[in-house]
Design a protein around this ligand. Structure first.
Ligand code: SIN
Ligand code: CO
Length: 377
């Protein structure tokens, strides 16, 4: 877990900072591990199914402008970039390199359905994406190098002329201006203006959150609302809600009140949260096992084998339903400890107890792409 500053506990972090105000956490990580190299990041950015961007800072006497290009990129192009003033950003790194998911273990006090992805950036000196704000909370973990940050909780006006592609704010000094080095972490709540610039070539690992918008539910739940753009918020998040894979009933209550629904529709709202939390981007959806692979894998499990959760697979559950990659099934009686173990360890490490209901559940999970299918000889 992150080493929080002073005597701050995870409970106190949630109370004072989560969704409320920025927090700089010097040396919150000993060293940033696991890490990836600039070359590995560059390689990811050449792949078709990986979302990547290059942002160039174009400096002139008058002002800075920011220009973005979308990947995939030719590796020769990446190798011949200028010495300064650009940054390469790659999204969903933990889905392509599952070992990188270990970085999420630094924030065990956040429900894992709220964690969206790990974005990793490499910035040449002078590089950055410009002053902006994001709609979601983020833990910005500094890897190698040095990055200067300006950030604030105050309002900063938009600057539509700063870029054609990016929604940027006016340059601002902010009430906080500091340099981050390896192991430092900066937490920002949704909407907090921030502006990072590499002082020395640097890598930044962003643990980014997600939160549904009213529009994500209003159609499915037939509850038209004028506040379609509002985001789910949980500034009152309680550490007791946090269990691997679990969508708490407090989460469904918050979503219901955001939607203006009574708690009578609690189960439907919780279901909508489950689908939202586990639905993958089309190009990141793992294939389900064929009927033949399913039976072979179950046999292997009965013989004491072990399965890893697929790197791209998203699993969650509430008190009634299990969700895997945007599909749901009724959670069998007594299956909660098994599902919690699978979500926590990202593996099914023990042979499944000969329980017909749980057997059916594992079969369903295999068909929905929950697990990496082992090669059979
Ligand atoms: C970056 O890693 O350059 C961008 C992080 C951010 O500002 O959200
Ligand atoms: Co940002």
């Amino acid at each position: 877990m992150l080493k929080l500053p002073g005597n701050l506990t995870a409970e106190a972090f949630l109370k004072r900072y989560w969704q409320k105000q920025p927090l700089f956490m010097p040396s919150a990580l000993n060293r940033l591990r696991p890490a990836i190299t600039r070359n590995e990041l560059g390689w990811l950015a050449t792949l078709e199914d990986v979302e990547s961007r290059l942002v160039f800072v174009e400096r002139s006497n008058k002002r800075c402008r920011y220009r973005a290009e979308t990947g995939p990129f030719e590796s020769e192009y990446l190798q011949n970039l200028p010495k300064r003033d650009w940054t390469l950003l790659v999204h969903d790194v933990e889905k392509h390199l599952p070992a990188m998911r270990a970085l999420f273990e630094h924030v065990p006090f956040i429900p894992d359905w709220r964690v969206d992805d790990l974005m990793v950036s490499f910035a040449a000196p002078g590089g950055g994406v410009g002053p902006h704000k994001d709609n979601y909370d983020v833990f910005l973990c500094q890897g190698i190098g040095v990055r200067n940050w300006h950030f604030t909780n105050d309002k900063v006006i938009a600057d539509p002329d700063a870029s054609d592609e990016l929604a940027l704010l006016s340059e601002f000094t902010g009430d906080k201006n500091l340099d981050t080095v390896e192991g430092d972490v900066l937490y920002l709540p949704p909407g907090a203006p921030h502006w990072g610039t590499a002082k020395r070539a640097c890598m930044t690992y962003s643990i980014g959150m997600r939160a549904p918008q009213v529009s994500d539910f209003s159609f499915a739940l037939n509850c038209p609302s004028p506040n379609d753009d509002d985001f789910y918020r949980d500034p009152d998040l309680d550490i007791d809600e946090v269990r691997p894979g679990y969508i708490s009933s407090a989460a469904a209550r918050r979503a219901s009140s955001l939607l203006g629904l009574s708690n009578e529709q609690h189960d439907e709202v919780s279901e909508a949260l489950g689908y939202f939390a586990t639905k993958a981007k089309d190009w990141l959806k793992p294939d389900g096992a064929s009927p033949e692979e399913t039976e072979e894998t179950l046999e292997m499990l009965r013989n004491g084998g072990h399965l890893d959760v697929h790197g791209m697979s998203q699993i969650a559950f509430d008190d009634r339903t299990l969700y895997v990659n945007g599909s749901g099934m009724e959670l069998p009686h007594n299956a909660t400890p098994l599902i919690e173990q699978i979500c926590g360890d990202r593996s099914l490490a023990r042979s499944i107890p000969g329980d017909i209901e749980q057997d059916k559940m594992i079969r369903w999970m295999l068909r929905h792409g929950a697990f990496e299918i082992p090669e059979h000889s």
